[in-house]
Design a protein around this ligand. Structure first.
Ligand SMILES: [Zn+2]
Length: 305
């Protein structure tokens, strides 16, 4: 069964080789050096390879201004140029127009309608649901993509059973979010769990957004921890992935790679593809709207063999 694990990392761009601004250079997570022969910066360029490919991916979508989350994630998860459709980059959470695009073109709903099994690996806290129910927060584009497919938001019970991963990867933020008693998990164990979960579905989404937060705060101490967490996590995902799993790691816009500014950046974002079909998938990607068709094409190939 050909399947895809999409790891969405919010606010991760390809920056410069300057360790004074780029935590991916200062802390240099070994996983990227092993995959691509150097730090994850724009200097790596386009790498088309059968083991692991890297596509510097345009997140500006031909629209002026800095790319933002609502339109960037919608483009990523629908293949529609949402920034062009709304005539500008939209921050934060989707309004009705973007929600409509996601409802019509969301990658998970589309695959589910074709009979493929889709899931979100993220655990959502009970407090999250309360806030949404009380209209105190709106769903992100990623959550709308999940809910639009009728997929469940994984519970604390599933996290405790090793059948989900929290958005911080390690569970360390859980007590501060009203969830007590769940032991922390090493990034490598979380990665192993995610890889194992993904093997049972045609399409699995995992979202991580601490990168974007650290970027906005320009927080070097947190950035160091994030670099180490992502290293252990991604290395374990790649080591633990099923032979038929195509792993994709990408982002909606730059931010974390330049801590000299607190805003997003216009940098290209890294689309990392590893596993079977990774070179072919990489060859079709130029900007955020190309990722959905590249990934769904791989999944559909599995039905034609
Ligand atoms: Zn942001």
């Amino acid at each position: 069964m050909k399947n895809v694990l999409l790891i969405f990392i919010d606010g991760l761009g390809l920056g410069s080789e300057d360790p004074d601004v780029n935590p991916l250079v200062r802390f240099d997570p070994p996983v990227f050096r092993r995959l691509f022969g150097g730090a994850l910066t724009r200097e790596r360029g386009l790498i088309l390879d059968d083991a692991a490919s890297l596509v510097p991916t345009d997140a500006t979508l031909g629209v002026a201004g800095l790319p933002q989350s609502a339109t960037g994630q919608t483009a990523l998860f629908t293949g529609v140029n949402a920034a062009a459709a709304l005539k500008g980059h939209v921050a934060g959470f989707p309004g009705p127009a973007l929600a409509g695009i996601i409802a019509e073109h969301g990658v998970m709903a589309e695959l589910a309608a074709e009979g493929f099994r889709v899931t979100s690996a993220n655990m959502y806290t009970p407090r999250y649901q309360e806030l949404v129910d009380g209209r105190k927060r709106r769903h992100s584009a990623s959550t709308l993509t999940i809910l639009g497919a009728g997929a469940e938001l994984r519970s604390v019970a599933l996290l405790e059973a090793g059948e989900a991963v929290f958005q911080d990867i390690t569970n360390e933020m859980l007590p501060g979010m009203g969830v007590e008693g769940v032991p922390p998990v090493a990034p490598a164990e979380a990665g192993k769990r995610l890889a194992s979960l993904a093997a049972r579905y045609h399409f699995t989404l995992f979202e991580y957004f601490q990168t974007d937060r650290a970027g906005h705060k320009r927080d070097w101490a947190v950035a160091e921890k994030i670099a180490a967490t992502l290293d252990g996590f991604l290395e374990a995902v790649l080591a633990g992935r099923h032979a038929d799993t195509l792993v994709a790691v990408t982002s909606d816009h730059g931010n974390f790679e330049d801590l000299s500014v607190k805003t997003h950046t216009a940098n290209r974002v890294p689309t990392i593809l590893a596993g079977p079909g990774c070179r072919k998938a990489a060859e079709g990607i130029r900007d955020l709207t190309d990722i959905k068709p590249a990934l769904t094409a791989y999944i559909r190939e599995g039905e034609q063999g």
